[in-house]
Design a protein around this ligand. Structure first.
Ligand code: SAM
Length: 215
């Protein structure tokens, strides 16, 4: 049982509001989901600082501000089916689970996926389906998705994933070099088949997306 972090969580949410997360539903979800459940024990004191923190196998739980900004960029209304690539700790998926109908999350490392599954069970979150494999291939059995969020850095806009979006669907993905990327919003247009509109949201730094359509 972790200590009561509700005051720290509240302070973090106030910080996020000051630094660009304006969507009340996203802020409420981040106030509800205990990030302390998703960090390694050694980093518990930093669970509510605005930092990416180490996970097993050289991976990271993303910075809370980045989680807020990426989630907000998906414009969720509650009815959506969302694909996440890069389950990691499960924190981002848990935030999404509060804001959409169903989350599908893929992770390449089985131990991370298993640990995330244990956390969802403890928190009684039931609308997240997990899969272990190469997320750059998407999850064809459940496609198309209303939204896709990629939480690792891609070398180019992952068009294979974009093809699993519904027409009009959105994908948020870091695109660029291994050490620095641009947070990118990709919209699959409604009228032109496979047409993609791409917009930049600013700089970011993520661990690499390793796979067939990644690094
Ligand atoms: N969303 C996570 C969270 O809330 O903790 C943070 C994800 S971490 C920054 C990136 C994750 O992407 C790592 O766990 C890494 O193993 C995973 N990853 C990298 N390439 C992948 C791929 N092709 N398919 C699935 N997962 C991948």
């Amino acid at each position: 049982m972790n200590p009561d972090f509700s005051e720290q969580r509240h302070q973090l949410v106030s910080f996020l509001r000051r630094y660009g997360v304006y969507n009340d539903a996203v802020l409420a979800a981040m106030e509800r989901v205990p990030r302390d459940f998703f960090v390694e024990d050694a980093f518990l004191p930093y669970a509510y600082s605005n930092q990416a923190l180490p996970l097993q196998l050289g991976q990271t739980i993303s910075q809370p501000l980045m989680v807020g900004v990426m989630t907000q960029a998906l414009y969720l209304e509650g009815h959506e089916r969302v694909l996440e690539v890069g389950t990691g700790s499960g924190y981002q998926a848990a935030i999404l689970s509060q804001l959409c109908a169903q989350v599908y999350s893929i992770e390449r490392y089985a131990p991370l996926s298993e640990e995330a599954a244990r956390r969802f069970k403890t928190l009684r979150i039931q609308n997240i389906a997990l899969h272990v494999g190469d997320g750059t291939l998407g999850w064809p059995e459940h496609a198309p998705f209303d939204r896709i969020i990629v939480t690792a850095a891609a070398p180019h806009v992952p068009t294979r994933l974009a093809s699993q979006l519904v027409p009009g669907g959105l994908m948020v993905v870091p695109v660029g070099e291994q050490l620095k990327q641009t947070l990118t919003i990709v919209k699959r247009t409604k009228d032109v088949e496979d047409g993609l509109q791409v917009q930049s949201l600013g700089d970011c730094i993520f661990v690499p997306l390793i796979g067939d359509d990644g690094w």
